[in-house]
Design a protein around this ligand. Structure first.
Ligand code: HEM
Length: 392
Protein backbone atom coordinates (compact mmCIF):
# COMPACT_ATOMS: atom_id res chain seq x y z
CA UNK A 1 0.00 0.00 0.00
CA UNK A 2 1.24 3.44 -0.93
CA UNK A 3 0.96 4.68 2.69
CA UNK A 4 3.85 2.39 3.67
CA UNK A 5 6.12 3.61 0.87
CA UNK A 6 8.84 6.14 1.92
CA UNK A 7 8.60 7.76 -1.53
CA UNK A 8 5.02 8.73 -0.65
CA UNK A 9 6.29 10.98 2.16
CA UNK A 10 8.81 12.78 -0.07
CA UNK A 11 6.17 13.87 -2.55
CA UNK A 12 2.62 12.73 -1.94
CA UNK A 13 0.97 14.52 -4.84
CA UNK A 14 1.76 12.16 -7.75
CA UNK A 15 0.60 9.27 -5.53
CA UNK A 16 -2.64 11.04 -4.66
CA UNK A 17 -3.22 11.79 -8.37
CA UNK A 18 -2.69 8.12 -9.25
CA UNK A 19 -5.14 6.99 -6.54
CA UNK A 20 -7.73 9.57 -7.64
CA UNK A 21 -7.36 8.50 -11.29
CA UNK A 22 -8.34 4.95 -10.24
CA UNK A 23 -11.33 6.20 -8.20
CA UNK A 24 -11.93 9.18 -5.88
CA UNK A 25 -13.17 6.66 -3.29
CA UNK A 26 -10.89 3.64 -3.51
CA UNK A 27 -10.65 0.39 -1.50
CA UNK A 28 -6.99 -0.33 -0.67
CA UNK A 29 -5.17 -3.05 1.30
CA UNK A 30 -4.34 -1.81 4.80
CA UNK A 31 -2.85 -3.03 8.06
CA UNK A 32 -2.09 -6.51 6.73
CA UNK A 33 -5.79 -7.25 6.47
CA UNK A 34 -7.51 -8.44 3.32
CA UNK A 35 -10.47 -6.23 4.14
CA UNK A 36 -8.30 -3.12 4.01
CA UNK A 37 -9.42 0.50 4.12
CA UNK A 38 -10.98 3.11 1.87
CA UNK A 39 -9.03 6.17 0.68
CA UNK A 40 -10.92 9.31 -0.36
CA UNK A 41 -9.01 11.63 -2.71
CA UNK A 42 -11.77 13.55 -4.56
CA UNK A 43 -12.86 17.00 -3.28
CA UNK A 44 -16.60 16.41 -3.54
CA UNK A 45 -16.28 12.93 -2.06
CA UNK A 46 -14.08 14.17 0.81
CA UNK A 47 -16.65 16.84 1.70
CA UNK A 48 -19.36 14.21 1.64
CA UNK A 49 -17.31 11.89 3.88
CA UNK A 50 -16.44 14.66 6.37
CA UNK A 51 -19.91 16.19 6.55
CA UNK A 52 -22.07 13.08 6.48
CA UNK A 53 -23.20 11.18 9.55
CA UNK A 54 -22.39 7.79 7.99
CA UNK A 55 -18.81 7.67 9.30
CA UNK A 56 -17.90 7.54 12.97
CA UNK A 57 -14.92 9.06 14.81
CA UNK A 58 -15.47 6.87 17.85
CA UNK A 59 -12.12 5.06 18.03
CA UNK A 60 -13.03 3.40 21.35
CA UNK A 61 -15.89 1.58 19.61
CA UNK A 62 -13.71 0.69 16.60
CA UNK A 63 -10.89 -0.82 18.64
CA UNK A 64 -13.17 -2.39 21.30
CA UNK A 65 -13.01 -5.89 19.80
CA UNK A 66 -9.39 -5.66 18.60
CA UNK A 67 -6.33 -6.72 20.53
CA UNK A 68 -4.05 -3.91 21.58
CA UNK A 69 -1.09 -3.50 23.91
CA UNK A 70 -1.45 0.30 23.84
CA UNK A 71 -1.48 2.22 27.11
CA UNK A 72 -2.43 5.66 25.87
CA UNK A 73 -3.83 7.86 28.63
CA UNK A 74 -7.64 7.81 28.33
CA UNK A 75 -7.81 11.62 28.29
CA UNK A 76 -5.72 11.56 25.11
CA UNK A 77 -7.36 8.51 23.56
CA UNK A 78 -10.87 9.94 23.99
CA UNK A 79 -11.51 13.58 23.13
CA UNK A 80 -13.51 15.98 20.95
CA UNK A 81 -11.96 14.46 17.83
CA UNK A 82 -12.88 10.90 18.79
CA UNK A 83 -16.54 11.41 19.70
CA UNK A 84 -19.68 11.60 17.58
CA UNK A 85 -22.78 13.76 18.07
CA UNK A 86 -24.60 14.25 20.40
CA UNK A 87 -21.64 13.92 22.83
CA UNK A 88 -19.43 15.86 20.42
CA UNK A 89 -22.04 18.63 20.05
CA UNK A 90 -22.17 19.25 23.80
CA UNK A 91 -18.37 19.34 24.21
CA UNK A 92 -17.83 21.51 21.16
CA UNK A 93 -20.44 24.05 22.27
CA UNK A 94 -18.65 24.50 25.58
CA UNK A 95 -15.25 25.00 24.08
CA UNK A 96 -16.49 27.40 21.39
CA UNK A 97 -18.04 29.46 24.15
CA UNK A 98 -14.61 29.86 25.76
CA UNK A 99 -12.64 30.22 22.48
CA UNK A 100 -14.14 33.08 20.46
CA UNK A 101 -13.10 35.36 17.58
CA UNK A 102 -12.44 38.03 20.21
CA UNK A 103 -9.95 35.65 21.84
CA UNK A 104 -8.02 35.47 18.57
CA UNK A 105 -8.17 39.24 18.05
CA UNK A 106 -6.73 39.78 21.51
CA UNK A 107 -3.82 37.46 20.71
CA UNK A 108 -2.76 39.20 17.48
CA UNK A 109 -0.35 41.73 19.05
CA UNK A 110 1.29 38.97 21.11
CA UNK A 111 1.72 36.81 17.99
CA UNK A 112 3.40 39.67 16.13
CA UNK A 113 5.68 40.51 19.05
CA UNK A 114 6.66 36.86 19.27
CA UNK A 115 7.43 36.54 15.53
CA UNK A 116 9.65 39.63 15.83
CA UNK A 117 11.38 38.34 18.94
CA UNK A 118 12.09 34.90 17.46
CA UNK A 119 13.64 36.45 14.34
CA UNK A 120 15.38 39.33 16.15
CA UNK A 121 18.90 38.01 15.69
CA UNK A 122 18.44 36.64 12.17
CA UNK A 123 20.83 38.42 9.81
CA UNK A 124 20.63 38.65 6.02
CA UNK A 125 22.78 35.94 4.45
CA UNK A 126 23.36 33.94 7.65
CA UNK A 127 21.71 30.51 7.45
CA UNK A 128 18.98 29.60 9.96
CA UNK A 129 16.53 26.71 10.28
CA UNK A 130 13.13 28.36 9.96
CA UNK A 131 11.39 25.37 11.57
CA UNK A 132 13.54 25.27 14.70
CA UNK A 133 13.85 29.03 15.01
CA UNK A 134 10.31 30.14 14.21
CA UNK A 135 7.73 27.63 12.95
CA UNK A 136 8.06 25.28 15.94
CA UNK A 137 8.36 27.70 18.90
CA UNK A 138 5.76 30.24 17.69
CA UNK A 139 2.62 28.03 17.79
CA UNK A 140 3.52 26.31 21.06
CA UNK A 141 4.05 29.68 22.73
CA UNK A 142 0.80 31.08 21.32
CA UNK A 143 -1.27 28.08 22.41
CA UNK A 144 0.31 28.19 25.90
CA UNK A 145 -0.53 31.90 26.08
CA UNK A 146 -4.12 31.15 25.06
CA UNK A 147 -4.53 28.35 27.59
CA UNK A 148 -2.62 30.06 30.41
CA UNK A 149 0.30 27.61 30.62
CA UNK A 150 3.11 29.26 32.64
CA UNK A 151 6.19 30.24 30.64
CA UNK A 152 8.51 28.03 32.67
CA UNK A 153 6.59 24.89 31.58
CA UNK A 154 6.52 25.58 27.84
CA UNK A 155 9.69 23.72 26.88
CA UNK A 156 8.38 20.55 28.52
CA UNK A 157 5.12 20.93 26.56
CA UNK A 158 7.08 21.17 23.30
CA UNK A 159 8.97 17.97 24.16
CA UNK A 160 5.82 15.96 25.06
CA UNK A 161 4.07 17.16 21.95
CA UNK A 162 7.00 16.08 19.77
CA UNK A 163 7.08 12.69 21.54
CA UNK A 164 3.37 12.28 20.87
CA UNK A 165 3.37 13.30 17.21
CA UNK A 166 6.85 13.02 15.79
CA UNK A 167 8.39 9.83 17.16
CA UNK A 168 5.82 7.32 15.87
CA UNK A 169 7.05 4.98 18.66
CA UNK A 170 4.10 3.53 20.61
CA UNK A 171 5.96 3.12 23.91
CA UNK A 172 7.22 6.71 23.80
CA UNK A 173 3.83 8.03 22.72
CA UNK A 174 2.05 6.23 25.56
CA UNK A 175 4.61 7.44 28.13
CA UNK A 176 4.35 11.05 26.91
CA UNK A 177 0.54 10.85 27.06
CA UNK A 178 0.72 10.00 30.78
CA UNK A 179 3.31 12.69 31.50
CA UNK A 180 1.26 15.34 29.72
CA UNK A 181 -2.00 14.24 31.38
CA UNK A 182 -0.37 14.36 34.84
CA UNK A 183 1.00 17.84 34.09
CA UNK A 184 -2.35 19.11 32.84
CA UNK A 185 -4.27 17.67 35.81
CA UNK A 186 -1.89 19.59 38.11
CA UNK A 187 -2.32 22.78 36.10
CA UNK A 188 -6.12 22.51 36.23
CA UNK A 189 -5.92 22.09 40.02
CA UNK A 190 -3.72 25.19 40.26
CA UNK A 191 -6.06 27.27 38.04
CA UNK A 192 -9.05 26.15 40.06
CA UNK A 193 -7.62 27.81 43.17
CA UNK A 194 -6.16 30.80 41.25
CA UNK A 195 -8.21 31.49 38.10
CA UNK A 196 -6.84 33.78 35.38
CA UNK A 197 -8.43 35.19 32.23
CA UNK A 198 -7.09 32.38 30.00
CA UNK A 199 -8.90 29.49 28.37
CA UNK A 200 -8.31 26.74 30.94
CA UNK A 201 -9.95 28.93 33.57
CA UNK A 202 -12.81 29.50 31.11
CA UNK A 203 -13.25 25.75 30.72
CA UNK A 204 -13.10 25.25 34.50
CA UNK A 205 -15.86 27.82 34.86
CA UNK A 206 -17.92 25.78 32.41
CA UNK A 207 -17.08 22.63 34.39
CA UNK A 208 -17.93 24.11 37.75
CA UNK A 209 -20.90 26.19 36.65
CA UNK A 210 -24.38 25.60 37.96
CA UNK A 211 -25.24 23.09 35.26
CA UNK A 212 -21.78 21.41 35.55
CA UNK A 213 -21.77 20.40 31.90
CA UNK A 214 -18.21 19.02 31.70
CA UNK A 215 -16.96 16.13 33.76
CA UNK A 216 -13.41 16.17 35.08
CA UNK A 217 -12.17 13.75 32.42
CA UNK A 218 -13.69 15.84 29.62
CA UNK A 219 -12.09 18.99 31.00
CA UNK A 220 -8.69 17.32 31.05
CA UNK A 221 -9.04 15.88 27.57
CA UNK A 222 -10.22 19.20 26.07
CA UNK A 223 -7.30 21.10 27.59
CA UNK A 224 -4.84 18.51 26.24
CA UNK A 225 -6.43 18.42 22.78
CA UNK A 226 -6.24 22.19 22.46
CA UNK A 227 -2.64 22.13 23.52
CA UNK A 228 -1.52 19.55 20.98
CA UNK A 229 -3.94 20.27 18.09
CA UNK A 230 -2.69 23.80 17.66
CA UNK A 231 0.98 22.98 17.75
CA UNK A 232 2.34 20.51 15.15
CA UNK A 233 -0.34 21.57 12.64
CA UNK A 234 0.65 25.22 12.69
CA UNK A 235 4.37 24.40 12.63
CA UNK A 236 3.81 22.40 9.45
CA UNK A 237 1.62 25.16 7.98
CA UNK A 238 4.28 27.85 8.48
CA UNK A 239 7.03 25.62 7.06
CA UNK A 240 5.01 24.49 4.03
CA UNK A 241 3.77 28.03 3.35
CA UNK A 242 7.19 29.67 3.46
CA UNK A 243 8.69 26.87 1.35
CA UNK A 244 6.00 27.30 -1.32
CA UNK A 245 6.65 31.04 -1.51
CA UNK A 246 10.43 30.65 -1.68
CA UNK A 247 10.02 28.11 -4.49
CA UNK A 248 7.84 30.61 -6.37
CA UNK A 249 9.77 33.90 -6.30
CA UNK A 250 7.05 35.58 -8.38
CA UNK A 251 4.53 34.93 -5.59
CA UNK A 252 6.96 36.22 -2.93
CA UNK A 253 7.51 39.40 -5.01
CA UNK A 254 3.77 39.86 -5.46
CA UNK A 255 3.28 39.82 -1.69
CA UNK A 256 6.22 42.16 -1.16
CA UNK A 257 4.59 44.59 -3.59
CA UNK A 258 1.20 44.37 -1.87
CA UNK A 259 1.08 43.06 1.72
CA UNK A 260 -2.70 43.45 1.62
CA UNK A 261 -2.74 40.21 -0.39
CA UNK A 262 -1.28 38.15 2.46
CA UNK A 263 -4.60 37.01 4.06
CA UNK A 264 -5.91 35.59 0.75
CA UNK A 265 -2.47 34.11 0.01
CA UNK A 266 -2.69 32.16 3.27
CA UNK A 267 -5.70 30.25 1.87
CA UNK A 268 -3.91 29.39 -1.36
CA UNK A 269 -0.83 28.25 0.60
CA UNK A 270 -3.01 26.05 2.82
CA UNK A 271 -4.67 24.60 -0.29
CA UNK A 272 -1.38 24.05 -2.10
CA UNK A 273 0.35 22.02 0.62
CA UNK A 274 -2.08 20.86 3.33
CA UNK A 275 -0.42 20.39 6.75
CA UNK A 276 -2.99 17.75 7.75
CA UNK A 277 -2.68 15.69 4.60
CA UNK A 278 -4.78 12.74 5.74
CA UNK A 279 -7.55 13.47 8.25
CA UNK A 280 -7.91 11.68 11.57
CA UNK A 281 -9.37 8.19 11.95
CA UNK A 282 -12.87 7.55 10.63
CA UNK A 283 -14.72 4.30 10.05
CA UNK A 284 -18.04 2.98 8.86
CA UNK A 285 -20.03 1.41 11.74
CA UNK A 286 -22.60 0.17 9.19
CA UNK A 287 -22.36 -0.47 5.46
CA UNK A 288 -22.73 2.79 3.53
CA UNK A 289 -22.16 4.37 0.12
CA UNK A 290 -19.65 7.14 -0.48
CA UNK A 291 -19.28 8.90 -3.83
CA UNK A 292 -21.27 6.03 -5.34
CA UNK A 293 -18.81 3.45 -3.97
CA UNK A 294 -20.02 0.86 -1.40
CA UNK A 295 -18.13 0.98 1.92
CA UNK A 296 -18.60 -2.23 3.93
CA UNK A 297 -19.31 -2.13 7.69
CA UNK A 298 -16.24 -1.94 9.93
CA UNK A 299 -13.96 -0.40 7.27
CA UNK A 300 -11.54 2.46 8.18
CA UNK A 301 -11.86 5.45 5.82
CA UNK A 302 -8.91 7.78 5.17
CA UNK A 303 -10.11 11.16 3.93
CA UNK A 304 -7.22 13.10 2.36
CA UNK A 305 -7.47 16.92 2.47
CA UNK A 306 -4.05 16.97 0.75
CA UNK A 307 -5.50 15.11 -2.22
CA UNK A 308 -8.91 16.85 -2.24
CA UNK A 309 -7.15 20.23 -2.44
CA UNK A 310 -5.46 19.13 -5.67
CA UNK A 311 -8.56 17.65 -7.32
CA UNK A 312 -8.70 19.13 -10.86
CA UNK A 313 -12.48 18.72 -10.81
CA UNK A 314 -12.61 21.42 -8.10
CA UNK A 315 -9.48 23.54 -8.66
CA UNK A 316 -8.35 24.07 -12.27
CA UNK A 317 -4.61 23.45 -12.77
CA UNK A 318 -4.42 22.31 -9.13
CA UNK A 319 -0.65 21.73 -8.95
CA UNK A 320 0.01 25.41 -9.68
CA UNK A 321 0.43 27.88 -6.80
CA UNK A 322 -1.83 30.75 -7.87
CA UNK A 323 -2.33 33.62 -5.43
CA UNK A 324 -5.14 34.92 -7.67
CA UNK A 325 -7.16 31.73 -7.41
CA UNK A 326 -10.66 33.05 -6.59
CA UNK A 327 -11.89 30.07 -4.57
CA UNK A 328 -8.73 28.90 -2.77
CA UNK A 329 -10.63 29.11 0.55
CA UNK A 330 -12.70 26.11 -0.56
CA UNK A 331 -9.70 23.96 0.46
CA UNK A 332 -10.29 21.21 3.01
CA UNK A 333 -7.11 21.82 5.03
CA UNK A 334 -9.15 22.61 8.14
CA UNK A 335 -11.50 19.69 7.49
CA UNK A 336 -15.25 20.11 7.02
CA UNK A 337 -18.46 19.38 8.90
CA UNK A 338 -18.90 19.13 12.66
CA UNK A 339 -15.21 18.40 13.37
CA UNK A 340 -13.96 21.33 11.25
CA UNK A 341 -10.89 22.83 12.91
CA UNK A 342 -11.81 24.82 15.98
CA UNK A 343 -8.53 26.74 15.79
CA UNK A 344 -8.81 27.75 12.11
CA UNK A 345 -9.11 31.53 12.79
CA UNK A 346 -6.14 31.40 15.17
CA UNK A 347 -4.04 29.33 12.75
CA UNK A 348 -4.93 31.70 9.91
CA UNK A 349 -3.86 34.69 12.02
CA UNK A 350 -0.57 33.02 13.01
CA UNK A 351 0.29 32.31 9.37
CA UNK A 352 -0.70 35.75 8.18
CA UNK A 353 1.27 37.58 10.86
CA UNK A 354 4.35 35.37 10.47
CA UNK A 355 4.41 35.97 6.70
CA UNK A 356 3.98 39.72 7.13
CA UNK A 357 6.89 39.90 9.57
CA UNK A 358 9.13 37.81 7.28
CA UNK A 359 8.25 39.90 4.20
CA UNK A 360 8.91 43.12 6.05
CA UNK A 361 12.16 42.11 7.74
CA UNK A 362 13.72 39.77 5.18
CA UNK A 363 12.53 40.76 1.69
CA UNK A 364 15.50 38.97 0.09
CA UNK A 365 14.98 35.65 1.89
CA UNK A 366 15.78 32.49 -0.08
CA UNK A 367 16.27 28.76 0.39
CA UNK A 368 19.74 27.79 1.65
CA UNK A 369 19.86 24.64 -0.52
CA UNK A 370 17.93 22.73 -3.20
CA UNK A 371 14.28 22.15 -2.27
CA UNK A 372 14.57 18.53 -3.48
CA UNK A 373 16.97 17.79 -0.60
CA UNK A 374 14.61 18.88 2.17
CA UNK A 375 13.32 16.08 4.38
CA UNK A 376 9.67 15.48 5.29
CA UNK A 377 8.25 13.89 8.40
CA UNK A 378 7.21 10.29 8.05
CA UNK A 379 3.66 10.75 9.31
CA UNK A 380 0.40 9.67 7.76
CA UNK A 381 -1.48 12.59 9.29
CA UNK A 382 0.96 15.46 8.87
CA UNK A 383 2.84 16.77 5.89
CA UNK A 384 5.58 18.90 7.39
CA UNK A 385 9.31 19.53 7.00
CA UNK A 386 11.83 18.28 9.55
CA UNK A 387 13.95 21.40 8.87
CA UNK A 388 13.84 24.40 6.52
CA UNK A 389 17.29 26.01 6.13
CA UNK A 390 16.95 29.53 4.73
CA UNK A 391 19.13 32.57 4.11
CA UNK A 392 17.13 35.47 5.57
C1 HEM B 1 -2.71 25.52 10.17
C2 HEM B 1 -2.94 24.94 11.33
C3 HEM B 1 -4.03 23.92 11.54
C4 HEM B 1 -4.50 22.97 10.67
C5 HEM B 1 -4.04 22.70 9.24
C6 HEM B 1 -5.56 22.25 11.37
C7 HEM B 1 -6.29 21.23 10.80
C8 HEM B 1 -7.34 20.59 11.42
C9 HEM B 1 -8.17 19.57 10.80
C10 HEM B 1 -8.00 19.05 9.36
C11 HEM B 1 -9.10 19.18 11.70
C12 HEM B 1 -10.21 18.15 11.47
C13 HEM B 1 -9.67 16.76 11.58
C14 HEM B 1 -10.65 15.70 11.13
O1 HEM B 1 -11.84 15.97 10.95
O2 HEM B 1 -10.19 14.56 10.96
C15 HEM B 1 -8.87 19.94 12.91
C16 HEM B 1 -9.61 19.80 14.07
C17 HEM B 1 -9.31 20.50 15.24
N1 HEM B 1 -8.38 21.51 15.38
FE1 HEM B 1 -7.10 22.20 14.00
N2 HEM B 1 -5.67 22.77 12.63
C18 HEM B 1 -4.78 23.79 12.78
C19 HEM B 1 -4.62 24.58 13.90
C20 HEM B 1 -5.32 24.45 15.06
C21 HEM B 1 -5.18 25.30 16.23
C22 HEM B 1 -4.25 26.51 16.31
C23 HEM B 1 -6.01 24.80 17.19
C24 HEM B 1 -6.28 25.23 18.60
C25 HEM B 1 -6.06 26.35 19.12
C26 HEM B 1 -6.70 23.66 16.62
C27 HEM B 1 -7.65 22.91 17.28
C28 HEM B 1 -8.41 21.92 16.70
C29 HEM B 1 -9.42 21.15 17.43
C30 HEM B 1 -9.78 21.31 18.90
C31 HEM B 1 -9.99 20.26 16.50
C32 HEM B 1 -11.08 19.23 16.77
C33 HEM B 1 -12.41 19.82 16.47
C34 HEM B 1 -13.56 18.84 16.66
O3 HEM B 1 -13.35 17.62 16.69
O4 HEM B 1 -14.70 19.32 16.78
N3 HEM B 1 -6.26 23.49 15.32
N4 HEM B 1 -7.80 20.80 12.72
Amino acid sequence: MVLNDPAFYRDRYPHYAALRAKAPVLPVPFGGSEAGAVVVTGHQEAREALAGAALSKDTTAYFADKESDRELHPAIARNLLTTDPPEHTRLRRLVTRAFTTATVQRLRPAIEALARKLTADWAPGREVDLIEGLAAPLPVTVICELLGVPEADRDAIGVWSAELFVTGDHTRIDAASHALAAYMAGLIAAKRSRPDGALISGLIAARDGVDAPLDEHELLSLAILLLVAGHETTTAAIGNGVLALLRHPGAWQALLADRGRVPAAVDELLRYDAPVSIATWRWAPAATVLGGQPVPAGRPVFVCPGAANRDPARFPDPDRLDLDRPDAAAHLSFGHGVHRCLGAPLAHAELEITLRVLLERFPGMRLAGPAEELTWRHSRLFRGLTALPVLP
